[in-house]
Ligand binder design. Structure first.
Ligand SMILES: [Zn+2]
Length: 387
């Protein structure tokens, strides 16, 4: 790694975000950034730092009763002529600023703040931490785990968090996981599930000049499309969060040539479902709704319940002081939910700007997110007198 690729964790939140953004890390090419993160965290002392591929996991071992996990992906979508970053009117522009390097920078700043000021509970905590540079007044109320991972923006099979869960489940132990994905400082709880089914409508092929000899599969798909168009999706409220479902045709294919009556028409249907249903129940519902048509499951991902009744999550909601809202898209919180760990999305980036050429983040939101997380990790009795 070249010296220019070092991350100085004593930089301001703005400058550290900028430094992280300016190390390009499109999915599959995160190693330079992962090296820099690993080196910076190791350099803090007092944290156990582990690595799997381009995922870096750091943990305190203070022997606290609860452990809070902060997670963020290091990768971005492909750069779109929007690096290096630019600072304009209180906003930082560039690939990955919102999704989600501002969140990554906040995680790193918190690691530096805690490692620089917390005192270890014993000679070697539960995670086997050697005490070294731990001195000062700020004592975190929870043990903390930082998870930086690769390949979030690509196919699920490459997802670094999924790999960590398979290879090192114990690294992810926690009472609450916070994903610093862009939420504009809101708490987005749980996430909806998603599944897709292919519905194939058969027909009989014929020359279109003698169409009465055939059966037009595209025309025969009309009742299916009508069924979907008139479908009434559910709205489900869980822990005060409102989840709006949807059942939609997302692709239609059919036709052979300009002079042939088509013998097949395939409609791909996507069901986004509230997390009170698992995949099996959701598929059962789709079969019911599309009764009479052959339904074939092509892919699925379970949702995640908001989990706001878990004590660690409730305390976080209180610390943020905002009413949680439902997460509509699928996110990696569902991976934590599958491990039995309540998980929330909370981050400084703007989700509406993610993946855009014009991607940027408001500097004020970065500071605000760091402040909230710092206060939360300090616990109810602490958190005053910082800055
Ligand atoms: Zn993201």
């Amino acid at each position: 790694m070249s010296p220019g690729m070092r991350l100085d964790l004593s930089l301001s939140a703005t400058e550290l975000t900028r430094a992280v953004v300016d190390i390009p890390s499109p999915s599959g090419a995160e190693s330079t950034l992962a090296d820099a993160v690993e080196e910076a965290l190791t350099g803090l002392g007092g944290l156990r730092v582990d690595r799997d591929g381009d995922a870096v996991v750091a943990r305190t071992g203070l022997g606290r009763q609860t452990r809070v996990l902060l997670a963020g992906h290091l990768d971005t979508v492909p750069v779109a002529d929007n690096l290096p970053s630019r600072l304009v009117d209180g906003h930082l522009y560039g690939c990955g600023t919102s999704d989600m390097k501002a969140g990554v920078a906040v995680m790193l700043r918190l690691a530096a703040a805690l490692a620089g000021s917390a005192a270890p509970a014993g000679p070697a905590g539960s995670a086997g931490v050697a005490s070294s540079a731990w001195s000062g007044g700020f004592v975190p109320a929870h043990d903390v785990t930082w998870v930086f991972y690769d390949n979030e923006e690509v196919d699920a099979v490459r997802n670094g968090l999924r790999r960590l869960a398979a290879n090192h489940r114990d690294w992810l132990d926690a009472d609450l996981a916070l994903l610093l994905e862009p939420t504009s400082g809101e708490i987005e709880a749980g996430c909806q599930g998603t599944l897709r089914v292919a519905v194939t409508v058969p027909g009989r092929r014929a020359h279109s000049a003698r169409s009465w000899l055939g059966e037009n599969a595209i025309h025969r798909a009309a009742p299916l499309l009508e069924r979907l168009a008139s479908y009434q999706p559910r709205t489900v409220t869980i822990d005060g969060c409102v989840y709006r479902e949807g059942l939609n045709a997302v692709r239609i294919t059919g036709g052979v040539a300009g002079n042939i009556i088509p013998d097949a028409c395939e409609v791909l249907v996507n069901y986004r479902f509230a997390p009170d249903r698992d995949v099996t129940q959701a598929l059962g519902h789709v079969r019911e709704a599309l009764d009479g048509f052959p339904v074939e499951l092509t892919d699925s991902a379970a949702g995640a319940l908001p989990g706001l009744t878990a004590p660690a999550a409730a305390a976080f909601v209180q610390a943020v002081g905002r009413t949680p809202v439902a997460k509509y898209g699928w996110t990696d919180v569902a991976r934590f939910a599958a491990l039995g760990i309540p998980a929330l999305n909370y981050g400084p980036g703007d989700p509406n700007l993610a993946h855009t050429r014009d991607e940027h983040v408001a500097l004020g939101l970065i500071d605000a997110a760091e402040d909230v997380l710092h206060r939360y990790l300090a616990g109810p009795a602490a958190g005053r007198g910082r800055r």
